[in-house]
Design a protein around this ligand. Structure first.
Ligand code: ADP
Ligand code: ASP
Ligand code: MG
Length: 401
């Protein structure tokens, strides 16, 4: 008998039929003699709808109240799925994040899991029940409900699998597995049978939302046996593993992230401590910064340009606008019409010419590159948002198709 964690995303639980479809998958796994912990997301577009509802009240809702609101989405799904399993004669119990033992940091809307106390889950499993846990949520030390950031149910599932040392963690979604690019955007995208944790982490971090990047980080850290597969078709999915044979594929995937903005800070005085001050202010506001470029300087000033998540762009602007006059710095310009396109593959570290081929492909599409960043197994470019889909397809076809 094995212990299996099964996570079902929003589309997979969107309505009555889909819930019963999930219940059948869970019931079959159970009937095969396994212990099952199920993690679910909010149904369909519920999370987006709840955000919209908040916006109807105010554009600056308190983050604590946002978490209170958003956590209700998952709570609906756990109860309905428990009811569906009950009609099928499968003993099941639903647990909210806090009932399941998720203790998080205090940062509302992007809390991190601090500790997972699995006593209740294990207790329910020992009563031969399927345990259904609300993904994406936990409780902080003030006993306030927190959420883990968009796509956070993946992280909840992997955390449970790690803590219970589950034999398998299955992420069920609305595509057959991890593809070489978003199959909804790139018609030629191919399903991968297997991908390494490092490659998956880069893809997820660069916008492939099929897995949340923190879930991949956790899976790698705790060596979770992870698989992504479809809830709608019973076909083999993608295994995410530590070591993966190269299979001659230089590039494993292409990802797009359109939820970013560039922040250009002009005329920062050229003296020690300036970057430290700028970026500590942003860190205090929990704003993540990516790709930082600093110009070589004019006179006694430099310009600094960096990326922030689109959702944090306004906060970054107001934080820095407040600060710049105190150091005699210049103007700040935020550009939200940008996107990041990345190629990812372990083969990049051992092959020359990948960057040149990427730049050539974009040149042939007449797409201008604004910023470039690289890691050992990734090359990313920042381009105009309107060019992004065309770029992803051209780059995918140049490297993979
Ligand atoms: P869920 O609600 O199940 O968590 P998500 O919408 O978060 O599902 O993630 C699945 C979606 O991720 C797919 O529908 C697909 O459009 C998108 N996606 C982006 N990049 C990839 C990729 N490389 N492989 C597979 N799917 C991808
Ligand atoms: N419901 C949350 C979201 O839409 C969490 C998740 O689905 O993973 O982001
Ligand atoms: Mg998701």
């Amino acid at each position: 008998m094995a212990l299996i964690v099964q996570k079902f995303g929003g589309t997979s639980v969107a309505n009555r039929d889909r819930l019963f479809n999930v219940a059948r998958i869970v019931a079959t796994t159970r009937a095969e003699g396994n212990d099952v912990v199920v993690v679910v997301s909010a149904q369909g577009d519920t999370t987006d709808d709840l955000i919209e509802k908040a916006n109807e009240i105010t554009h600056t809702p308190s983050k604590r109240e946002m978490d209170m609101l958003l956590s209700t989405g998952e709570q609906i799904t756990i109860a309905l799925l428990a009811m569906a399993l009950d009609t099928m004669g499968v003993a099941a119990i639903s647990l909210t994040g806090w009932q399941a033992g998720f203790h998080t940091s205090t940062t509302h809307t992007k809390a991190r899991i601090r500790d997972l106390d699995t006593e209740r889950i294990e207790n329910e499993l020992s009563k031969n029940r399927v345990v259904i846990v609300a993904g994406f949520q936990g409780i902080n030390r003030n006993e306030d409900i927190t959420t883990l950031g968009r796509g956070g149910s993946d992280t909840s599932a992997v955390a449970i699998a790690a803590a219970l040392r589950a034999d398998l963690c299955q992420i069920y979604t609305d595509v057959d597995g991890v593809y070489t690019a978003d199959p909804r955007l790139v018609p030629h995208a191919r399903k991968l049978d297997v991908i390494s944790f490092d490659e998956m982490l880069e893809l997820a971090s660069q916008g492939a939302q099929v897995l949340n990047n923190r879930s991949v980080e956790l899976a790698k850290k705790y060596a979770v046996n992870l698989e992504v597969r479809s809830s709608l078709a019973n076909v083999p999915g993608t295994k995410v593993k530590e070591v993966v044979p190269m299979e001659g594929m230089l590039i494993k995937g292409v990802a797009k992230d359109a939820d970013i903005a560039t922040v250009s800070v002009f005329s920062v005085p050229d003296k020690p401590g300036m970057s430290f001050k700028l970026f500590s202010l942003l860190a205090q506001k929990k704003i993540n910064v990516d790709i930082i470029l600093q110009s070589s300087g004019r006179g006694d000033c430099r310009d600094i340009i960096f990326l922030v998540p689109l959702a944090d762009a306004d906060a970054a602007l107001s934080t820095l606008e407040e600060y710049m006059p105190t150091i005699g710095g210049g103007q700040i310009v935020v550009d939200k019409d940008v996107a990041k396109v990345s190629v990812v593959g372990a083969g990049i570290q051992s092959h020359s010419g990948v960057a040149a081929k990427l730049f050539e492909t974009l040149y042939e599409e007449n797409i201008n590159i604004r910023m470039i960043s690289t890691s050992e197994i990734r090359i990313s470019v920042i381009i105009a948002k309107e060019d992004a889909d065309r770029a992803v397809n051209a780059v995918h076809d140049a490297f993979i198709h």
